[in-house]
Design a protein. Structure first.
Length: 338
């Protein structure tokens, strides 16, 4: 069934770059278990499809497109696998580590590695249609997974409910709370953490720097449906989400459902580029330009008013890379961005 007729990773990347985004995270394997790279670990992958006569590799194709247009590449690999016959056993955990090894050694530098908390439930595990449950805190041995990823990609940011690099914001609406601490009590929060409200606020007494990321889709759902072509988020709606994510001390991750031909639909592309134009206009005037801060009391040195002036100038004209960078999280609809 997997045979997009006009797939173009460069079209994705051109759209994402035109929107002012810094990188793209591809769903290499979603919960259904289908792999978008030609792995030898399972038959349920792109090499056993009509696409490019089994010679396709979407992770590799996207890597090349990102390199050509200067975007960063990230990877999402679902821990849950509704296709694997051995899911729920130690054998599956070993299989998952082998997938991590392939993805983190074959495709160059990875700026972010995405892990979600969807763990266990109904599936077609090797043909057995049944429910399987696991202990989400212990089954995968996440500390070992984190160590494995960082061994091969020491610079990567690892995303999950509890980091260790960055955290889910606790909703899929694309917005963080107005008060949103970048700190978490890192030893308390874990992938699959049930207290979503805490994730929206962070911890004032947090022990680890684990800032939030806000994920949302440009369409009502995460996958492409022709019936939703009239329900694409408007440019104005996207701008509002930008201010409620980036403006609330978080990263904005916008999902682009790829259509059945293999492209970002025209309306989606046009609206996100209009969003960028609006933001450039609204943020184009540096309202602090020329401001000279004064202080009635100062600790001196790097805490002086003069030092503050330099910081203000740098932050506003150069844009703080933590608070103002955002990316695209691409979920490939026919399989299933910092």
């Amino acid at each position: 069934m997997f045979n997009p007729t006009n797939l173009d990773c460069e079209q994705w990347v051109r759209t994402i770059k035109a929107a002012g985004m810094k990188g793209v995270i591809i769903t290499t394997k979603h919960h259904d278990g289908f792999c978008l790279w030609p792995t030898q670990l399972t038959e349920y992958c792109i090499r056993n499809t009509p696409y490019k006569q089994g010679k396709g590799d979407l992770v590799g194709e996207l890597r090349a497109a990102c390199d050509k247009y200067g975007l960063k590449l990230g990877l999402y690999l679902s821990p849950w696998d509704r296709n694997s016959a051995v899911y729920g056993t130690p054998e599956y955990v070993e299989y998952y580590h082998k997938q991590i090894e392939e993805l983190t050694t074959r495709y160059g530098e990875v700026f972010e590695f995405w892990l979600d908390g969807a763990n266990g439930g109904d599936g077609y595990y090797g043909g057995a249609r049944e429910m399987r449950t696991i202990d989400r805190r212990t089954y995968y041995d996440f500390p070992k997974i984190f160590a494995h990823i960082l061994k091969n990609q020491p610079q990567t940011i690892i995303f999950s409910d509890g980091g260790p690099g960055c955290r889910w914001v606790g909703n899929e609406r694309g917005e963080a709370s107005a008060t949103n601490w970048a700190f978490l009590r890192g030893d308390e929060v874990y992938p699959g953490y049930p207290d979503y409200t805490t994730l929206q606020y962070g911890h004032t007494d947090g022990t680890h720097w684990i800032p939030a990321e806000c994920d949302v889709s440009i369409r009502p759902g995460w996958f492409f449906h022709e019936s939703e072509n009239s329900k694409v988020r408007s440019a104005e709606n996207l701008v509002n989400l930008y201010y409620k994510s980036v403006g609330h001390n978080a990263n904005f991750i916008l999902n682009f459902p790829i259509d059945k031909t293999g492209r970002i639909p025209a309306t989606d592309s046009i609206n996100v580029c209009k969003m960028r134009q609006i933001l450039d206009t609204e943020l184009g005037n540096n309202i602090l330009k020329g401001v000279k801060p004064e202080a009635s009391n100062s600790r001196g040195g790097r805490f002086s008013a003069a030092a503050t002036e330099n910081t203000v100038r740098h932050t506003v004209t150069g844009l703080n890379p933590l608070l103002f960078s955002f990316g695209a999280f691409s979920s490939l609809s026919f399989a299933a961005m910092n």
